[in-house]
Design a protein around this ligand. Sequence first.
Ligand code: G1P
Length: 271
Amino acid sequence: MIKQAIIPLAGLGTRLLPLTSVFPKELLPINGKPGLEYILDECIDAGIKEIIFIISDKKKLIKKYFYNDKFYKKIIKKKKDKRITKAYKKIQNYKKKIKFVYQNKPLGTGDAVLKTKKYISESHFLMLFPDDLIMKKNCSKEMILLHKKFKCSVMASFKVKKKDVSRWGIYSVNKKINKKNFLIKDVIEKPKINSAPSTNAVIGRYILPKEIFKKLEKQTKGIGNEIHITDAIRKLIKEDFKFIGHNFAGKYLDCGTMNGYINSSLEISKL
Ligand code: G1P
């Protein structure tokens, strides 16, 4: 079973400036709730027991959000407000499951994942990107079921427009398993339109094998001068590790760009 999840949170969030100049993007409210709490709720509902946050010194406010006990206790004693007590209990419940590791140099997602190496105890683990919200259906839960059935790695995916392929990791299909699941042949990080092998984009949910760490230790920088998780996954696929691309059923909301962030609150309020 998949019991551990990791969440990279050390990114600078420059696409959301000025909102992120002093405040971590993952704590920005989306329809009245910090974006990160949607991700945590998805993990917990999918049966995850331990969640590892990869933060940086610049993003210490994220830790503070979960460790503000003194403040809450004082306010609750004084105000006896049920709503605040409930909110605090929820945060305490999250806190029990969270560990923190640090990535102080923004070298890329691959480097962020490598920081969690010594904490991963199972054969596979889940990774979620907080920019990618998937609503209505629990994508992590669907992927964990697939992993159980096929005993392999899984990446969430959907079809994008050809003109947008350079924004995503793009994979080619080896074999169609069924309508929603595909055995992956190869994956390329942010290809040029002309060299993209398809329009199947990888979205921010991954079930990865522990062997990824060995690849990441040797992984050199790729496109944009960053160490990409996609490049390490590619090496595993070349060594016959099975990866399934899973076209998820839920509603995707891209919260990492200004337009996407604004739109996500509107969309969630309509659900
Ligand atoms: C990352 C991955 C990319 C993936 C995307 C999903 O890119 O590198 O392969 O398609 O997340 O959101 P980023 O959004 O960090 O540029």
